[in-house]
Design a protein around this ligand. Structure first.
Ligand code: HEC
Length: 112
């Protein structure tokens, strides 16, 4: 069975190549950013957060899911402040500024 992350990478590659041909570089860039955000979320956040609608894992009390956060009306700025602060339990977010943008783009995609 193919690992979800592998599927993510394949999706990224497909979207990138399809985007360049069909939708142009701007759309491709946005999709790629969201997919990078999904990848990062699966890697770094899914131990505590439910990061996608169909994630099969135990919901931890008091930890908001990303779909919920995306629909919560929090702004990019609010999410950025949170991600640049040390997180409870997790001392430091090992994310670059661009990776923070990608994770925010991914979380906000639930509001679309
Ligand atoms: C070690 C567990 C843990 C990990 C890993 C973790 N979080 Fe959290 N996160 C929490 C907890 C607990 C809360 C709720 C804290 C609270 O409400 O005070 C939270 C809350 C949040 C919030 C909501 C802040 C708000 O405005 O209320 C965001 C956004 C968030 N996390 C993003 C992330 C992202 C993105 C990652 C991965 C890069 C991540 N978290 C990884 C435990 C974690």
């Amino acid at each position: 069975m193919m690992h979800m992350k592998t599927i993510g990478h394949i999706l990224t590659a497909c979207l990138l190549s399809a985007g360049i041909v069909i939708a142009g570089p701007v759309l491709a860039q946005e999709d790629a950013e969201r997919l990078q955000g999904l990848d990062l979320s699966r890697d770094l956040c899914s131990g505590c957060h439910v990061v996608e609608e169909n994630q099969r894992s135990v919901l931890i009390d008091g930890v908001p899911s990303f779909p919920t956060l995306g629909r919560s009306g929090r702004s990019n700025a609010q999410l950025r402040v949170w991600l640049n602060e040390p997180h409870p339990v997790m001392p430091q977010m090992p994310l670059s500024a661009r990776e923070v943008d990608a994770v925010i783009a991914y979380i906000r995609s639930f509001a679309d």
